[in-house]
Design a protein around this ligand. Structure first.
Ligand code: 1HE
Length: 267
């Protein structure tokens, strides 16, 4: 099995600090971090290794002023792909984004500038999205004569609903600011999305890894199941997670009143 140090990365960068917080950077700022085939291959490699490398949380960020401009349209144009070629491109995108969403390690996306097309498909595969004032979301597929191929029909429709997604694709409608938050395109709107993403990553990383594994894989799997099957799967997952050795000390602390209580935010 490959290790983090063995990865051969050209369009992305990956580092892990002493607390197990990984920073994954999209590193094609000159092309507005457009996703070419090679970048997708790197994401597959990264999210194949990350779940077994002791990583506690991942901050997904980007170089430059835009998070991601989506599919590399220039590569797509010059490759002059046949239908079956592009089907395989999409299958690679799905492999990368599924590994991310179902991998069991929290991924927090620090957004800025354009989060468009495939960039929104990438962002919507993260577990938490943090936006700043520059962040805007769009699906310009219709105006490019394209269709989403990286899972937007599942994940973006899940975030904003079918009607809004169709509107975004048909008319190029852009969402930003509070409106984007109220729709669920991102969960936080802050001045510095990267600083906030690290705060959230550190908070998540303080949970037992097995709890985070369940949160960042089981919920997604259960969404794909019938209610009956999801309830059954939930009981099995909870059986394992809620009896893990790592939770014993936390439960003891609650019982002896030394653990923090859940309080409302300061007003
Ligand atoms: C690109 C791409 C790209 C920029 N593929 N090269 N996505 C889109 O329709 C979005 C297309 N991009 C844009 O609308 C704009 O580039 C941005 C709003 C993201 C940024 O604007 P700006 O003024 O900062 O940059 P720019 O001058 O447009 O582009 C700078 C360079 O990035 C330029 O390359 P250069 O070599 O001429 O300097 C651009 O060609 C390059 N660039 N975006 C390739 N997307 C699995 S299906 C998914 C389907 C989709 O994702 S459709 C949505 C595609």
């Amino acid at each position: 099995m490959k290790h983090l140090d063995d990865l051969d990365l050209e369009h992305t960068k990956l580092s892990v600090d002493g607390d197990g917080i990984a920073t994954l950077t999209l590193d094609r700022a000159a092309k507005r971090n457009a996703l070419n085939a090679a970048t997708i291959d790197e994401l597959i490699d990264i999210f194949t290794v990350v779940p077994r490398a002791g990583v506690r949380a991942v901050v997904l960020r980007a170089e430059g002023t835009h998070f991601c401009a989506g599919l590399d349209l220039v590569e797509h144009h010059s490759e002059d792909r046949r239908p079956e070629d592009f089907m395989h491109v999409c299958l690679r995108w799905h492999e990368a984004f599924n590994k991310m969403e179902y991998g069991g390690v929290p991924v927090i996306a620090a957004l800025k500038g354009a989060v468009v097309g495939g960039g929104l498909e990438l962002a919507s595969s993260a577990h938490i999205r943090v936006a700043d004032a520059s962040t805007y979301f769009a699906l310009p597929e219709g105006q490019r004569g394209l269709f989403t191929g990286g899972g937007a029909t599942i994940r973006v429709a899940d975030l904003v609903g079918k009607a809004r997604m169709i509107d975004m694709m048909l008319t190029g409608r852009v969402y930003q600011g509070d409106e984007a938050i109220s729709l669920g395109l991102a969960q936080y709107l802050v001045e510095d999305s990267e600083a906030k993403a690290y705060d959230l990553a550190r908070a998540a990383a303080s949970n037992p890894p097995l709890s985070n594994f369940a949160i960042c894989s089981a919920i997604s799997h259960m969404q794909n199941m019938s209610a009956m099957d999801a309830a059954y799967a939930e009981s099995v997952v909870a059986g394992i997670v809620n009896t893990q050795p790592a939770s014993r000390g936390r439960l003891a602390a609650f019982a002896d009143k030394s653990a923090a209580r859940v309080r409302p935010n300061e007003r």
